[in-house]
Design a protein around this ligand. Sequence first.
Ligand SMILES: *[C@@H]1O[C@H](CO)[C@@H](O)[C@H](O)[C@H]1NC(C)=O
Ligand SMILES: *[C@@H]1O[C@H](CO)[C@@H](O)[C@H](O)[C@H]1NC(C)=O
Ligand SMILES: *[C@@H]1O[C@H](CO)[C@@H](O)[C@H](O)[C@H]1NC(C)=O
Ligand SMILES: *[C@@H]1O[C@H](CO)[C@@H](O)[C@H](O)[C@H]1NC(C)=O
Ligand SMILES: *[C@@H]1O[C@H](CO)[C@@H](O)[C@H](O)[C@H]1NC(C)=O
Ligand SMILES: *[C@@H]1O[C@H](CO)[C@@H](O)[C@H](O)[C@H]1NC(C)=O
Length: 458
Amino acid sequence: MNSSSSISSSKYLSLTNLPLFTPLHLSFLFLHLTILVTGDSPPPYVPLDSIALDCGSSSQSFVNGRQWTADINSKVALLDQDGPSTNPTENGASTSSVPYYTARVSLSQFTYTFPVTTTGPKSFASISIQLPTLVSTDEQKNLSITFTPSPHVADAYAFINGIEIVSMPTNLYYTAGDDPGMYDVNHEVSLPLQKDTALEIMYRVNVGGGEITPPNDNGMFRSWLSDPDYLTDARPSAFQFNGTIQLQYNNHTRYAAPDVLYRTARTMGPDSTVNKKYNMTWEFPVHSTFTYLVRLHFCQFIPIILQKGDLVFKIYIANQTAERYADIISWADGYGVPIYKDYIVMMDAGGNEGIQNLSIALHPIQSTNALDAMLNGAEIFKLSKSDNLAGPNPDAYPDSPVSNTPRASTKPQHSRRRTVAIIGAAVSGIVVVSVLFLLIFRRRVQKFSPKIQGLGFW
Ligand SMILES: *[C@@H]1O[C@H](CO)[C@@H](O)[C@H](O)[C@H]1NC(C)=O
Ligand SMILES: *[C@@H]1O[C@H](CO)[C@@H](O)[C@H](O)[C@H]1NC(C)=O
Ligand SMILES: *[C@@H]1O[C@H](CO)[C@@H](O)[C@H](O)[C@H]1NC(C)=O
Ligand SMILES: *[C@@H]1O[C@H](CO)[C@@H](O)[C@H](O)[C@H]1NC(C)=O
Ligand SMILES: *[C@@H]1O[C@H](CO)[C@@H](O)[C@H](O)[C@H]1NC(C)=O
Ligand SMILES: *[C@@H]1O[C@H](CO)[C@@H](O)[C@H](O)[C@H]1NC(C)=O
């Protein structure tokens, strides 16, 4: 890192875990700390396009560090609508519920056209999902998104609360030309991830750290949750934190995740006898019969783990051996160097109503300095080449920790925890999807009235 550009920054990171009072999670209750971060954070990514559209709204609002533009008479999006729409507004909602307290609801098709400055390949794959149909095309620099009520359901309507479009570094998720691609857990081959594949974010977690909200991401408005909700075995696991280390990013990891993510981690705990007997495990409910990209983020910053071989462990993803010999220092080529690893995994048919858990499990190997394992962060994306990212319809996530929380509340807090929030409305089973091409395109949908019952939420 260039020290001439160092302006020592300090930032407070509040680690507040979700109040999950199950016995499994009791060991995390103590965690409510405020931690002083003193290392230098690299400058965030500056997206060329950053659009936040508040659908059905006629006024601007500034929320969470973002300017939300009303879609009525908007300059950032041209609206083309065949018929009338109703734009319900929830009375008494505070501006913090933007964009969820307004919506565009229509029995006829409508299209938003966004002029975008992003350069790059001129054809976006079109994706379509069950209800409503979402079509995304790139006409030079116009990105249009069309919502079509299903022709197969009587009185179906298309519904949207808000759209966010944020450009991102070209090879942050897609494979660069000189890169062999991602490791397929099943077949032990490399697969490039190319633009004919759509990615839908399912989970983003800051392992061993607190929630990172969109304004605190490194410029791309991503939202990272804390990990206790997904931990299923972490016996006496330990939190690791290093607020002073000068992280050494390389060009590849430069914008991979916010600084705070790499400064926090979870390890298995201090007792090697215990560690030897268990897998530190996280489980994430996902739809069966889809292929997923699992990205694991690592950064070794524990003072006694300095050399290759000091801390080595195995990684299992969906019960398959993803790594027999994971050595963070060796991978990153140094201490304090962030690195991520990508794995492609196919989830077979099975599970309860098409939903099963994708597990990530770490197990220690006898190493020079420790019998332990470590993870800083994880992202899980659903992949699709077949123009369809929709899950079974109706869509339900009965076991998801998020869906267990009361949905009747009109507060969009939980939806905000996800960069993609998807909800089915009882009448037409609306399922909306987020797209990630050269753009991160995020859509947040939530019921605008408690009378429309969500079927699923994840
Ligand atoms: C983008 O769309 C607008 C409105 O439909 C149109 O006037 C403009 O010519 C389009 N621009 C390009 C580059 O296609
Ligand atoms: C953080 O890393 C630095 C090395 O850069 C080390 O000296 C320090 O002890 C570490 N702090 C903690 C709390 O691990
Ligand atoms: C990183 O990127 C910069 C600017 O594009 C380039 O000058 C530098 O050589 C790159 N470093 C490495 C290690 O590839
Ligand atoms: C793997 O095994 C665990 C039990 O250790 C189980 O809960 C999980 O659902 C299994 N399947 C996958 C696909 O991860
Ligand atoms: C860890 O998980 C793997 C893959 O599911 C399994 O084969 C192994 O038995 C587990 N080890 C322990 C100690 O539970
Ligand atoms: C996924 O794991 C959680 C936590 O262990 C469990 O409660 C849930 O039943 C599992 N879901 C499925 C579909 O196996």
